[in-house]
Design a binder for this molecule. Structure first.
Ligand code: LMR
Length: 330
């Protein structure tokens, strides 16, 4: 009898150990939602991160990437993150103004003369501090991904700011970008990225601003006969997670995930510059859209027309922050 009881106890102990073992071994799932194609700098960064995690810690963590607004658009992804329905996202820096005014600095027109300046600012102490600018709202920035500088496309050639007067432009959800188009006498419309192609195709809007890789991968060039190479603003991304999720990860797992993410981001950033050049060339080769190159005099007119936006947002963003970002140009 005693032997039987001991046997039963031993079996129970082993099965509960197994049960505990199983529970501990269940992998943590990280859903990473974004809105662009896989063959873009952000798409490639996300996929690289997923692959590195699978390679190094696939038994502990699984990353699922949802590109092309498949899971959430940028207009809903942060609410979904607060609910725990998604763990990582990388909206453009233009899409956080409901959460912080500081990141609006990145939207100021003609702020960065090239991507090297944007990179210097992001990697500076202030750039690092900005990663935590939404901590009180439960969001933590984990790094910046580059896309590139924006160009303006339209159904008519835009050489001087006057050409944009009265036209409707789709913009990202950003008050700075709204002010930028208002400064041109144009009509900005905040619309989700996933709707832009149809809006252009049906001529519900006249134009939009975006990077070469987005104009190419979303086929905007097929429905916009003119693209002005203005390089007037930036589309880069903040990789963001919820503080609750991130701080709840075991320390060793968080550190390894962060390392893989940093490497994924570095990979995306390495391909970004070449991608912009390649995608611009593919658009030229397609013959579907004419690229308008501005003379220095024409460009100066765009700067002059858009620059008052800086003054308008100086108080919200903070002069020191604007000065620091601008100083990264030298
Ligand atoms: C846009 O909405 O135009 C961009 O922010 C999309 C993206 O993620 O590059």
């Amino acid at each position: 009898m005693l032997r039987k009881v001991t046997q039963i106890l031993a079996i129970t102990a082993v099965s509960s150990m197994l049960a505990i073992g199983t529970a501990v071994a269940a992998p943590i799932t990280i859903k990473f939602a974004h809105v662009v194609a896989e063959n873009t700098p952000k798409g490639q960064a996300a996929n690289k991160f997923r692959d590195l995690v699978a390679e190094r810690m696939g038994d502990k963590v699984v990353v699922e990437v949802f590109p092309n607004s498949q899971l959430f658009g940028d207009d809903t992804v942060l609410e979904a993150m607060a609910l725990g329905d998604v763990q990582l996202a990388a909206p453009s820096l233009s899409k956080f103004d409901r959460y912080t005014k500081s990141l609006q600095v990145f939207d100021l027109p003609f702020l960065f003369s090239d991507m090297a300046a944007a990179e210097r600012f992001q990697q500076s102490d202030i750039g690092n501090e900005l990663l935590m600018s939404m901590e009180s709202k439960g969001l933590i920035g984990l790094g910046y991904i580059h896309n590139g500088l924006k160009q303006i496309s339209a159904h008519k050639p835009l050489r001087v700011p006057e050409d944009a007067r009265g036209l409707k432009f789709r913009i990202q959800a950003s008050n700075v970008l709204a002010a930028q188009f208002e400064a041109l006498g144009a009509m900005p419309l905040k619309k989700p990225f996933s709707e832009v192609f149809t809006l252009l195709q049906t001529k519900a809007i006249d134009g939009q601003e975006n990077t070469w890789s987005n104009i190419y991968s979303q086929k905007f060039f097929e429905v916009q006969p003119y693209i002005t190479e203005s390089n007037h603003g930036l589309i880069d991304y903040l990789v963001v997670t919820s503080a609750e999720f991130w701080n709840g990860l075991p320390d060793d797992i968080r550190a390894e995930v962060k390392k893989a993410l940093d490497e994924g981001i570095a990979f995306g950033n390495e391909v970004a510059a070449q991608k912009a050049l390649d995608d611009k060339q593919k658009i030229i080769d397609s013959g579907r859209s004419e690229i308008i190159y501005l003379t220095p005099e024409e460009r100066a007119l765009w700067v002059e027309a858009m620059k008052p936006v800086w003054q308008k947002f100086e108080e919200e963003i903070g002069k020191e922050l604007i000065d620091a970002a601008y100083a990264s140009n030298e």
